[in-house]
Design a protein around this ligand. Structure first.
Ligand code: ZN
Ligand code: CU
Length: 476
């Protein structure tokens, strides 16, 4: 028998969290055909993996790549990190099922412009993904804010019973067509006015179809314990797993409080299925929010519709040169995007090393000056946090990006390096892997990622070029 690919003498980190081992790994078609100490059969292509790690392709569980994977299917920012699957539709905003009227409400504008929202069903979105054939696999959540925008004339109030019925019907159909679950972005003004009961009603649909609930909490600032409690209550009501998105304690007054939040996780985990994702940086990024403007930490403007020329400057600099207050300057910049240096490094480390934390980039692919997490999140965990800072072993780092994520998001036969599983794989050098993207130069492919395979197709190599596009739409 002749295999398609043979990785020789690699160090296998299989994604389960278990110990690494030496092996040869053979690929046939889109599957892992054999793993053995030594494989004598021939292969069309052989890759020497001496001193290299072969791991399952990374799963980016928190992205806003909905539209970009279709418009720019090479998707270099992600494939260059070793990512082979992205989960889109996070933070309450999804391109799938969203229909736009004249304007795109904040924060759905992170995804694209009016003319890009052309996928009224999950089936239509899936078809577009398959037609574009992106480099990475794509699975989608359904955004609560997108549902609200479809069924309500005013987002700054709670939904009526009739509107909730409309949302439920659309969510049900979306889940039946393969959506992975529901996401909310309750902190954003466009969802903040929804009641807990509104989300609970939607969670009932999740239970019937066994979807998951992911949430950008109602607050990541001082009321965070109350916000976590609300998320967990929604999960209990729907009897569904809860994933807290990009868990953090934001704002100077809140620093250090992940001790409390993780203690709450510990307690709740005894009774229900809750977990979280996290990006490995102490600065956040989103649209510019007047409520988050403060002089307690730096805020960098990443884009501004009326003032594109200030992208990359701090709000403080801009306000000074315009001789006005931070708030006045903020108002003139809207709509805009920002990076907020609003976290404590010790909180980031605590959350990242928590046993049920997955890695998600939360990268914003449309920003002209994006937060470096878009290009660097995964190699930063492998290089900076695991190897250099010794926060946890490499096997744990990989588990948080693969096996744990596939199990949570119900992606069958992915996330583990196992015979018969899909050949989504990344070969990297554990000595040199690192994030190159920085805040001042954020659009840089990582170092040390040597080969990335998606569904058995070699997709990215040492010359940092995309050489294959074999991503699929992943249905629950
Ligand atoms: Zn979010
Ligand atoms: Cu997000």
């Amino acid at each position: 028998m002749k295999f398609d690919y043979l990785f020789r003498n690699v160090t296998v980190i299989d994604g389960s969290g278990g110990p690494e081992y030496r092996a040869d790994v053979a690929i046939q078609g889109d599957r892992i055909a054999e793993i053995a100490p030594s494989i004598s059969a021939e292969a069309r292509y052989e890759i020497d993996g001496t001193d290299r790690v072969l791991a399952p392709g990374f799963i980016d569980v928190h992205t806003h790549d909905d539209i970009n994977v279709i418009r720019m299917p090479e998707y270099l920012p992600k494939i260059s990190q070793g990512i082979t699957t992205v989960i889109v539709g996070n933070c309450g905003i999804s391109a799938a099922i969203a229909s736009m009227k004249e304007t795109v409400p904040d924060p759905m504008n992170l995804l694209g412009d009016v003319e890009h929202f052309i996928y009224p069903t999950v089936a239509a979105y899936a078809e577009a993904v398959e037609a574009a054939s992106p480099a990475v696999n794509v699975g989608t959540l359904i955004g609560h804010t997108a549902l609200r925008n479809n069924h309500m004339d005013d987002l700054f109030r709670a939904a009526t019973a009739e509107e909730i019925d409309g949302m439920r019907g659309q969510l049900r159909l979306a889940l039946q067509q393969g959506a992975l679950g529901l996401s909310t972005g309750l902190a954003y003004a466009t969802a903040f006015h929804s009641s807990t009961e509104e989300v609970m009603a939607l969670a009932e649909e999740l239970a019937a179809e066994k979807g998951i609930y992911t949430t950008h909490l109602r607050s990541e600032f001082e009321p965070i314990l109350e916000a976590l409690d609300e998320a967990f209550r929604i999960g209990r009501h729907g009897k569904v797993p809860v994933v807290v998105s990009h868990h953090k304690c934001a704002g100077a007054k809140n620093w250090g409080r992940t001790v409390e939040t993780l203690k709450l996780f510990d307690k709740v985990r005894e009774q229900q299925d809750v977990s979280c994702d996290c990006y490995p940086y102490s600065a956040s990024s989103s649209t510019l929010d007047m409520k988050q403007i403060t002089d307690e930490f730096d805020i960098i403007i990443t884009w501004s519709e009326p003032h594109p020329e200030v992208a990359g400057q701090s709000l403080k600099q801009i306000a000074q040169s315009w001789s006005m207050s931070l708030h006045e300057a903020g108002k003139l910049l809207m709509p805009a995007g920002a990076i907020y240096y609003n976290m404590d490094e010790r909180d980031v480390r605590r959350v990242l090393s928590y046993p049920v934390t997955m890695v998600g980039s939360d990268g914003l692919p449309n920003d002209p000056m994006p937060h470096p997490r878009l290009w660097g999140a995964f190699p930063r965990v492998l290089g900076h946090y695991s190897r250099d800072e010794k926060l946890f072993p490499l096997t744990v780092a990989v588990h948080k990006m693969t096996g744990m994520s596939a199990a949570r998001f119900q992606l069958p036969e992915r996330g583990l390096l196992k015979r018969g599983y899909y050949a989504d794989l990344v070969l990297f050098d554990p000595e040199t892997v690192r994030d190159v993207a920085s805040f001042s130069d954020p659009q840089q492919p990582a170092a040390g990622i040597e080969a990335v395979m998606v569904n058995g197709v070699m997709s990215y190599g040492r010359d940092k070029q995309v050489i294959g596009r074999a991503g699929r739409f992943l249905r629950r």
